[in-house]
Write a protein that binds this ligand. Structure first.
Ligand SMILES: [Zn+2]
Ligand SMILES: [Zn+2]
Length: 131
């Protein structure tokens, strides 16, 4: 299990599942996997997920309503979080792009729009599935 000193037991359990998952997990899938660890209520999972999202250790994929562990420590510092989601195998690649981020930042600046969070989701086929 990943050692994060400031995580509660439930938070560590949830993060551990996300880190080991091959694909994004829904809150209910996480709960299913953690029943034997003593978690019973969806709220326990949601609370842990909220905290992990706050700390930038996990991300929510809006289009899938599912969660992934952050693949890039300090990705929040980059200001843009982008995901490529394979619709065939379910794999998710997290990346960032400075030029895209700059463009969006320029637009927001021009419009006077105050950005709190930018998440991009690209859906399609990964290299292996497209081949
Ligand atoms: Zn991240
Ligand atoms: Zn794929």
């Amino acid at each position: 299990m990943t050692a994060h000193a400031d995580l509660t037991r439930n938070q560590s359990l949830v993060l551990d599942r996300l880190e080991k998952a091959e694909a994004p997990l829904s809150a209910y899938a996480i709960l299913d996997q953690l029943r034997e660890e003593g978690l019973r209520a969806p709220l326990q999972v949601y609370r842990a997920l909220d905290k992990l999202l706050d700390m930038g250790l996990a991300h929510r994929l809006e289009s899938l309503n599912a969660f992934v562990a952050c693949a890039r420590p300090n990705c929040h510092a980059s200001g843009l979080i982008a995901f490529a989601i394979c619709e065939k195998c379910g794999q998710v690649a997290e990346f960032s792009d400075d030029i895209v981020h700059e463009r969006l930042h320029d637009w927001a600046h021009r419009e006077g729009f105050v950005v709190s969070r930018t998440t991009m989701e690209i859906r399609g086929s990964c290299r292996a599935c497209a081949a």
